[in-house]
Each structure stands twice: as C-alpha cells, then as structure tokens.
Design a protein around this ligand. Structure first.
Ligand SMILES: Nc1ncnc2c1ncn2[C@@H]1O[C@H](COP(=O)(O)OP(=O)(O)OP(=O)(O)O)[C@@H](O)[C@H]1O
Ligand SMILES: [Mg+2]
Length: 224
C-alpha cells in the first residue's frame, strides 16, 4: 500500500542542515496497523508527512498504491491525497473560524458531497469521538483534547483507505484515549483501513499489528 525507499529528509536551517530522516526503507501492507514510536525529534512526524504526500523527501521515493506520489504534479498529488489518505495532525490544524461541525464537514465538501449528507456524516463522526454536544463550538472554545478529537473526526469522516495519525491520543486521558484506539482498531479490523499511528505510549503501540522504533531519523527496530 505504501512503499518508502531510501528516504532522506534534511531541513535547511541557514548554514545548518537537520537530518530528520536518514535513509528509511519501509513497506506498509494493505490492511496493516503500524505503530511508529521513538523519542522526541527522532523523525516520526517527518516520516508520516512524507508518506502522506505532504513533504517532499530530499532523496528517495514514496509510492502509495503503486503511484510515485512525488513524481506527480503538486495539484495531482493533492487530489490523490484527498482520495486516498486521511491525516490526523499532531498539532490538530483546525480552522479557527469554523465550528467543530464545519471543520469536520470540510473534507466532505471538498469531495463534492451534498450539504445535507455532509452534515449528517460530520455529526456522526463527531459523535463517534464523543463530541456530539460540542458541534457548534469553534476550536478556541474547546479543550485541547476536544480539539484533538475534532481533528480525528475530520481525519476519518471521509472513510479514507489510508489513515495516518500523529499522536492521536497525545492530549487525551487514558479512558478517552483508549476509546479512540478502539475506534481506530475497528476501522482497521472491520473496514480494512490501513493505519499508521505515531505514538510515544507503549500500551497504545501494543494495540497495533506491528511496531517500528525510530532513533535519529533511522528505523532501528521492527516487531512483527
Ligand atoms: N520544518 C522544519 N525545519 C527544520 N527542522 C525541522 C522541521 N521540522 C522538524 N525539524 C527537525 O527534524 C527533526 C525531526 O522532527 P520530527 O517533527 O519529525 O520529530 P518527532 O519524532 O515527530 O518528534 P515529537 O515526538 O517531538 O513530535 C527534529 O530535530 C526537528 O527539530
Ligand atoms: Mg512529531
């Protein structure tokens, strides 16, 4: 489903170069549920952005469904991403002037779904993350964990075949976080969604089918 070959990513910072990914090779099979762990700064988010078509690698190639995504024109890549990939950002990336409901409706609106269905599906998505009572709140009128759950609802509402989730339980208490992990497991087991989750929490990682550990931009251990 996702094939990463010898990917290097360096960020240029003036005279300095930060090597965030240092030759990563990784395959994610269709229907996989992969957890990526590792210390802060080890390149987990960079890896997720790269596999999600959001960040062009310095070297190497990423193919998703046999499409070389960085070989595509940016416009085509954006289209490909919308049709195949849901992304849950570590920093949420909600639009501040839209309500929770409108934020979750956004991917459906871009996909051209009619407004009545957009609303229905967004409401259902928000209730799946336990936020049915907060649909009219804007991000700043929500707690951090609630904002995180809006971002999760937005990532799953389109039922993408591939879901990439960056620390989706990072701002949640254990019980709410466990509920989110159950939701993701359900999407994986019942709907066959391919899921990659970044987490620093070992008990969350244990819920995945497979775990990789990153240090200094390299994949150091793999557990089947
Ligand atoms: N836009 C950027 N410009 C320059 N350096 C960056 C940029 N984004 C990330 N980095 C650097 O690249 C390295 C990897 O960052 P990344 O965000 O992938 O780490 P991470 O494993 O997700 O960390 P965390 O667990 O704290 O989220 C870090 O050293 C970081 O400082
Ligand atoms: Mg990160």
């Amino acid at each position: 489903m996702i094939e990463i070959k010898n990917v290097t990513k360096s960020y240029e910072m003036g005279d300095e170069n930060v090597l965030a990914l240092d030759g990563v090779t990784l395959t994610v099979e269709e229907g996989d549920f992969l957890a990526v762990t590792g210390p802060s700064g080890s390149g987990k988010s960079t890896l997720l952005f790269t596999m999600g078509g959001l960040l062009t690698p310095t070297k190497g190639a990423v193919s998703v469904r046999d499409t070389d995504i960085y070989g595509l024109h940016p416009r085509e890549r954006a289209q490909f991403r919308r049709e195949n990939i849901g992304f849950i950002f570590q920093t949420f990336e909600l639009l501040p002037y839209l309500t929770a409901l409108e934020n979750v409706m956004l991917p459906l609106s871009i996909a051209g779904i009619d407004s009545v269905e957009q609303r229905e599906r967004a409401l259902e998505g928000l209730s799946r993350v336990g936020l049915a009572k907060r649909v009219g709140h804007k991000p700043l009128e929500l707690s951090g964990g609630e904002q995180q759950r809006v971002s999760i609802a937005r990532g799953i509402v389109n039922e993408p075949d591939i879901l990439l989730a960056d620390e989706p339980t990072g701002n949640l208490d254990r019980k709410t976080g466990d509920g989110i992990i159950d939701l993701l497991r359900g999407l994986n087991e019942r709907d066959g969604q391919t899921i990659v989750i970044v987490t620093h929490d070992t008990s969350t990682a244990e819920e995945a089918n497979r775990v990789i550990n990153m240090i200094d931009g390299r994949v150091v251990t793999r557990t089947e």
